[in-house]
Ligand binder design. Sequence first.
Ligand SMILES: [Cu+2]
Length: 728
Amino acid sequence: MRFIDSLCETVTRALGLSALASWDNGASVNQPLGPHGVLKPVQDQYQFQARPTAPPALHTLFPSNPKKASKDDFQTYGQSEKEASLRAQKLDAGSVEDADLPPGPVFHPPNASPKFLCDYSRMRGWRHTGGVGQRNQWLEKPIMDSDNTGGIYNIFTNYDQYAPLGITRKYHLNVTDQDINADGIRRPDGGKTFNGQYPGPWIEACWGDTVEVTVSNFLKYNGTAIHWHGVRMLNAFQHDGVNAITQCAIAPGDSYTYKFNVTQYGTSWYHSHYSLQYADGLAGPITFHGPASADFDVALDPFLFGDWSHNSAFQDFSVELRNPPAKMQTVILNGKGFYNCTDNPNPDCQNEKVDPPHIFEQIFEKGRKYLLRLINTSTASTFIFSIDKHMLLIVAADFVPIEPYYRDSILVGIGQRYHVIVEATPSNNLIPVEEQNYWIRITGADGCFDFEPNQNNEKLGIIRYNAGSTADPTTKRYGFDMTCRDEPYESLVPVVPNYVGPPVNNIDQDTGDNFEIGLEWADENYTVPHGNFTRWDMTDTPMWLNFTDPLIDHLGDYSFNSSEYALVPEDYTRDDWVYIIMGAQGTKDEIAGGERVFMPIAHPMHLHGHDFVLLAQEDRPFHKDDVTNGTFKYDNPPRRDVALLPRHGYMAIGFKTDNPGMWILHCHIAWHASSGLGINIRENEHMIELPQEAIDEKDRVCKNWRTWFADAEEHWYNKGEFQEDSGV
Ligand SMILES: [Cu+2]
């Protein structure tokens, strides 16, 4: 029997499953399996202070110029770090001296949790601006001639360099094994949740806060590590939460506290970065409250949507490796979906189905404007979000506020987020209000999803104008473009402009940071390491990381290398620009030996530690002249942390090497990342000096992990390979 044939059995055993199709009468859904007798983590024992490594590149300050920044202003900001630092000191001193000034503002931001308050009380003399009619404002202090310390935080503030002075917020997440019923079908064991709920609890903070999240691992068979998607993690890469890179996995029974500064605002999500865990339920929303680039009346809770499977992703991965793609089963919105039994081979499917959760409904009041925060948390699917008869005003892409533009729908790739404002003025406004019900649709993009038959239910929610109505909408969807392609390149214009300098690195097609995404094809004549499976890669070797030997343990050691780590060193200064080119055109010949093949598939590529600029995103192969012939955009290009690499094409990203650390760049299709599609950028490692407390904490987590790992009886499959994927 080939190894792959035993994998399904392996995983089944690992998850304690007796049969792949498990059904439940509904009596015991959502019961936590509990910590299985693992040691209760002792809190506070492990906490440490993350000190910024010198010099801090972000100032608690403000631009004194409240108008929209021009190119000249930008250049001034870029050169004024020293000056800004001096002014920051001045502000601190001023705050003490100005003790007679009133404390700064404390207020409830739009649609925060009921008791949630932004607290800028340390910013004496400041007040909160904003509110309906001026959502682009945030904080203001009149400029005082005496010390020139006034200013404004608003949508035009260059958040790369400035952040207000908030408070520290602490959260605690318990990671447990737990069954999840998202669509009427109780999943067999293999579900995993944060604090017993899916999606996980909403993590909220305000622009300028510090967040500390203690994660305790109560899983029986898995380590874990939690990643704060899109968060810049300035000077704090050790809190990025990628096992085998920035830390050892947190062992069962152990805890780790992540700590980071909130230098951005907007919406994101947190998820496990340990193998395929997030697909099993370990995902939750993040909101950093701040200004918006267009006005709205009401903000709604985050919309997390994605694909869903009744199997653990660790099971489905064996299908993906053997006979891809693994099919997903339903689409879910905030943990709720609807399974259709029509084509299910189980004759009792309908009878055994647990009542599906009530469909998501939202009441709209005529003429009001609603801010929606959209997040695609899929394992493998790109979706298009729309509301029948309503236009969307797009105001933020990932953590980047943009110039508002209208669309009838919005394509959201895996890991991408959008803020959209919906005006409650439907295009069929004149029909009786009782009949005004509209579908919220989450539709798979052409070629970028794969569901079992009859399961691609796109009607996931209802907008009603009459709270008393219970009728299903009869509206049709817009005839929007279904192409699996990012929003139009020219639509994504950042409000805070950026101007990109020339690259310091080599981007030559054969010798530089220019990667063609390919498959290492396993066949009888060729054995891919770690099992004879077909795996994705960016370099010529599928990325394969070592759970017990994380990259962070090799800081500055450039003799440490292995093609399996896919390491890409970028050692420059904080002011330099690095470009990375990625291609998926599928036209390149197979390399010598015939094992590597190139497929024209769209990949949502995600970089940690930066909002990258998107220099080019083309439907054709890269040509070196593109850098100079006007193809690359240097004057305020789109900026974000996930972009969809066009099939048959390429994209070029750039980032300033101003955040020393080890940052993974990977495909956010979970199957692809887990089979090796990624590289690890070692950014300005010569500048990293981890505080002693961080080193001690890293070593403690690793020691506990290695102790747990060393006992094979603890493993989910104690006779074979522990790690069948890249580790992330
Ligand atoms: Cu991919």
